[in-house]
Design a protein around this ligand. Sequence first.
Ligand code: SF4
Ligand code: SF4
Length: 502
Amino acid sequence: MSASADKRSAYADRRADAGPPFFDLLRLPGVGWFLRQRWARLGMQIPLLLLSVVLVWHGFLGPDLAPKNLATLLTWVHYRGLLVLVLLVAGNFFCMACPFLLPREIARWIFRPVWNWPVRLRNKWLAVALFVLLLFAYEYFGLWSTPFWTAWLIVAYFAGALVVDALFRHASFCKWVCPIGQFNFLASTLSPLEVAVRDLNQCVECRTKDCICGPPASETAADAGRLALPLLAKRGCELALFQPMKVGNLDCTFCLDCVHACPHDNVGLVTRMPGAELAAEEPRSGLGNPLTRPDLAALAIVFTFGALLNAFGMVSPVYVLQAWLSGVLGTTERAPILAILFAVALIVEPVLLLGLAAWWTRRATGTALSLPRLATRYAYSLVPLGFGVWLAHYAFHFLTGALTVVPVLQNALAEIGWPVLGQPNWEFTGMRSGSVFVLELGFLTLGLVGSWIVAIRLARKDQPSAPWRAYLSWVVLQSILWAAAIWLLAQPMEMRGTFLGD
Ligand code: SF4
Ligand code: SF4
């Protein structure tokens, strides 16, 4: 076999699970044309940057009452709801349009970062810790009810992205730090679209590999000179994803730099089987084999159990539990009480449940894999269910409170003496919670079925003759978590962030 054929076969093997793309969003007129433009990302980031400025202004200077403040309402009700719905029906378009990166792009115009991200930190552990910290801060500071702290969070996010990417080269903040980005990466494993090559044969013949290396320096300089904005210059993937070896959406921000860099117009935004990448085993560009990476597995676990914990924080049984813990500890201070709840939900519970499931798999299959290796491997099968819980929860708040933004906007404009939208009409709300609950059940069940499929696909590889021996315990575990999620979402839920609630 020739060297070219060898490479082609390696690339094709890596793409085997994804199936042949039959739709490419970038080929469409209208939206496809827009996304193909070099300024498209900037065109989405600028309005969102302006919106962020408005949120910060209203958070600091607007009404203290959260349901009447744009910072809290848009951040905790609309942004999160739209985020999960767009991830479900399309892909990681929020990272594509992320406004946090715009100041760093402008800063890099002036300062060139010289350091590479430290080798010891090239894993997801820092991001896992920040993800947990964000969930903890949300509960501890009651961020949904505090415009002031929500505004500070937005400012801190801009500052964090600016500092990290001003010091370190490439997209260090997105790849190693940003907890929202990690959420989007995991959730987008269930999205129907991915950035992928159109023709692997073209990649085999390609000599320059611009999608990862960027265009030659001479072309980049000429390009930057031609363009009014050097930040629109072509570049290779800043997240170290080499197109023909890339599998799925993990670590992909949908920035489309590779689309613009490829000299052969060989990168598209194509359809694929949602979730298939969670059971894909072959080493992939920029990530290695996720099924053997404990840091990525920990992220998947926090993503799933964090979804349940976040929903648990909004139903009445949590107050009973907190009161009981307060009595046991002899303190009304919330930090230690919340710390115990978080430790139980995000460490003790997963260790026990995944440990038990892994123990059963080991016993039933006789595999030589250790319990941690098995738990790491099958942790990814929890992601669809975890996404189902986030989806059901955030969609509930968004759909029941979607129209509340109208009077809040009317009020904000009236406050600055420009009542162009009229006086606030506080009758605007959203869908009735009864009809949304049916949708929530649908999302949860879709997540459960997705988790079953991933576990079964992994088990077929591990135990081809009797896969049920390998997947049984995981399917049972997923079903228990699904039942717990239904119980949680069936409880009367606080309507946080809208004036439908307290
Ligand atoms: S630059 Fe284009 S053709 Fe070359 S390897 Fe990358 S995606 Fe393939
Ligand atoms: S350049 Fe990298 S992160 Fe951006 S869309 Fe392409 S593969 Fe994804």
